[in-house]
Design a protein around this ligand. Structure first.
Ligand code: MN
Ligand code: MN
Length: 458
């Protein structure tokens, strides 16, 4: 018998004891994932490594598929699909779709310069950041450089204890009276996000510090200045994932949007064995800039891989079979939401805002200003997911992103539902989203893992 009044409960109080205990060791594995996966490439690689440990094989190596088979598809090292084959994939896919890119600061194509005998990299930020949050903190450089001869080199600097780090400077308060009068979006400009990378000159006649830095980089990585043009170098906070709070109930880390849902979706599919319906975990790139590009959710990669799965399992593949498969598929769009922040209650509407510790968040619609840009999930599908969670003892809550007309945001949900797939947003609420140190609740993360696991088997 359902209670007469809707009464959301704190999961630390209402959750099962076994779940509350399991949330802590699960969080340790999640933190280790975060520390190894600070870019989309690293997250894709780590997901594949963990999947191979659990018996997943590259779909390129497979001639046919049958129930229980586990495969992954690697899209250019930046996005991954993991699949456990069901009885007949054309009966519908159970999809959990997260993204593995995160807001960050990228190097420009021609980044290196010297000013007043200090060397810097010019940058162009990626995704929505509050620029002032990225100054005066230790930053690491991750990425790949493709050399003139076509060979490539991976670079990670600023993560090991003995590594140097980099930083973006800010003005001392004593001389900041003009800066402090500016509003926060203008006080630090995009062109002002220049990364300090050196100060020691060599004997060159001009650009002595730039020359010295270039010499060091060249000796260590075998690259020359023009090679930066064919590089993807990303600047991320060098801080490792940490427990937050005396009770260690929270996690603070960079990149939890959306690697928290990505990890829960990944950990969930790694435990799926012989499902009735085919289970699919999507780890997409480029969500933070609109899901475009050939590794984003709008890419044909998802459809192409679904077609491959059907063709490898069924002899009589045709396009209609793919379309009909989508029509009976369903998806959790696995992305984070904005937990109500006691310091900023005024942007949330408390009847509908998610709270830390209240479990996995089910968001019927996202969008902004009149649900613009939202996949608005149907009552029927929300009802089905809600019943699934209740039947499986999952602590869950609803979660609207802020007050109406306050702002808003979107996820990959709309691009999946455009394929005529029932889709609803479902993920982990965060504090300080898009900052260098985002905050999540271990209880919510574990409930999200349980929720995705139950959905794969629905
Ligand atoms: Mn996100
Ligand atoms: Mn985001």
């Amino acid at each position: 018998m359902m209670e007469l009044k809707y009464n959301p409960k704190n999961g630390w109080e209402a959750g099962a004891d076994a779940d509350k205990q399991a949330a802590f060791p699960f969080a340790e594995r999640y933190k280790a994932f975060l520390d190894r996966a600070k870019t989309e490439r690293e997250a894709a690689r780590e997901a594949i490594r963990l999947a191979e440990e659990r018996g997943f094989v590259n779909i390129d190596a497979v001639k046919s598929l049958k129930k229980g088979d586990k495969v992954y598809a690697d899209n250019k090292g930046k996005s991954v699909l993991l699949v456990v084959i069901g009885e007949d994939s054309t009966q519908g896919l159970n999809i959990v779709a997260a993204h593995i890119d995160a807001p960050r600061i990228d190097l420009k194509q021609n980044p290196l310069y010297e000013d007043l005998e200090l060397a810097f990299f010019k940058t162009h930020y990626y995704g929505g950041i509050k620029k002032y949050q990225w100054t005066t903190i230790p930053l690491a450089l991750h990425g790949v450089v493709v050399r003139g001869d076509g060979s490539s080199v991976e670079i990670v600097i600023g993560e090991d204890e003995g590594d140097p780090v980099f930083t973006i400077t800010d003005l001392l308060p004593h001389l900041a009276q003009d800066q402090m009068k500016k509003n926060m979006s203008e006080a630090i400009t995009g062109e002002g996000l220049n990364l300090l990378i050196g100060s020691k000159p060599n004997a060159d006649e001009k650009d002595k510090v730039k020359g010295a830095v270039l010499t060091l980089i060249s000796e260590k990585y075998g690259i020359v200045e023009e090679d930066f043009i064919s590089a993807e170098l990303e600047i991320v906070p060098s801080v490792k994932a940490r427990d937050v709070g005396f009770d260690r109930s929270l996690i603070g880390a960079y990149g939890q949007d959306d690697r928290v849902c990505a990890y829960a979706a990944l950990a969930g599919i790694l435990e799926v064995e012989s499902p009735n319906r085919t289970a699919v975990c999507v780890l997409a790139d480029k969500e933070e800039v609109g899901s475009m590009g050939n590794t984003g959710m709008k890419s044909r990669f998802f459809e192409d891989t679904a077609a491959r799965i059907i063709a490898l399992q069924n002899s009589g593949y045709n396009d209609l079979l793919l379309r009909q498969t989508f029509a009976v598929s369903m998806c959790l769009s696995a992305d984070v939401g904005a937990a109500v922040d006691p310091g900023y209650k005024e942007v949330s509407e408390l009847l509908n805002a998610p709270k830390l510790g209240y479990g996995v968040m089910l968001t019927k619609y996202t969008g902004s200003r009149g649900k613009a840009g939202s996949n608005d999930a149907s009552a029927e599908f929300v009802g089905r997911v809600r019943k699934l969670f209740n039947d499986n003892g999952i602590v869950w809550q609803i979660g609207e992103l802020g007050k109406v007309d306050m702002g808003g945001g979107g996820t990959v949900a709309q691009y999946i539902s455009n394929l005529n797939i029932d889709t609803v947003d479902c993920g982990v609420p965060l504090l300080s989203m898009h900052s260098p140190f985002e905050i999540s609740s271990k209880l919510d993360i574990y409930m999200t893992f349980k929720a995705y696991g139950a959905f794969y088997l629905l």
